[in-house]
Design a protein around this ligand. Sequence first.
Ligand SMILES: Nc1ncnc2c1ncn2[C@@H]1O[C@H](COP(=O)(O)OP(=O)(O)OP(=O)(O)O)[C@@H](O)[C@H]1O
Ligand SMILES: O=C(O)c1ccc[n+]([C@@H]2O[C@H](COP(=O)([O-])O)[C@@H](O)[C@H]2O)c1
Length: 235
Amino acid sequence: MSDAGTGVLGLFGGTFDPLHIAHLRLAIEAREELGLADVRFIPAGNPALRDAPHCPAVHRLAMVERALATMPGFSVDASEVLSAEAAPGPSYTIDTLERQRRLQGAQRPLVLLLGADAFARLEAWHRWRELFELAHIAVATRPGHELRVMRSGIPGDGAGDTALDREFAARRGAAADLAGAPAGRIVPFAITALEVSASAIRRRLAQGLSVRHLVPDAVLDYIDSHQIYRTQHGH
Ligand SMILES: Nc1ncnc2c1ncn2[C@@H]1O[C@H](COP(=O)(O)OP(=O)(O)OP(=O)(O)O)[C@@H](O)[C@H]1O
Ligand SMILES: O=C(O)c1ccc[n+]([C@@H]2O[C@H](COP(=O)([O-])O)[C@@H](O)[C@H]2O)c1
């Protein structure tokens, strides 16, 4: 419990291969919109449900650390990277939330931050229904990934009736609800639309194209000095 702080804590997991500006905007706008005391970035060690990352976890973690070094109110949690080094196997968010719940105590509100694309795949996650017992989930808009559940409840709007749709309908809340309970709400929120993805950034780097201003300067410096992602030459 020594790590326990006060206020609503945001937990933002990702592959961050590499960290880019839309990740930062999501975290900044979540903190403002949702009234979060702190947002903790949690780079995945061995992300589940996707191909192995291009870059080793140690680099992905280092890039997040460098980008956040000058940003008060944002921090990095290396626990998924360290667990993956200690034991092979996927990094499951349920394990991370259980760990955070132990560290933060039973009452502190925790909010898992996701983009709309990640939320849409939630039913495939390990022990997904138990996530709601450990944290709230806040879902940010993302261009090209319509948040179908945002329309849910309007008859004939084409929204489906999946188990996730039903969870959303039952748990839907607003930012103001987050501080009132430790876990259990699903809160959609709109962020500045940025059509930026790590995969497009990796493609540009591999082609020798510039990614300046798509990633924070500290990440660009790290990429250049460690010669990562650039399978061809150029800046
Ligand atoms: N442009 C964006 N707008 C909103 N959310 C985003 C955006 N990019 C990433 N996210 C969210 O950030 C989290 C971590 O994403 P991730 O590290 O996989 O980046 P990515 O750009 O989606 O990567 P890739 O292209 O390799 O799949 C996810 O919840 C994802 O939905
Ligand atoms: O726990 C799971 O089964 C699970 C399955 C897929 C993704 N996640 C988490 O979702 C977050 C975003 O994943 P990604 O692939 O969009 O970077 C990241 O923290 C992953 O560890 C978690």
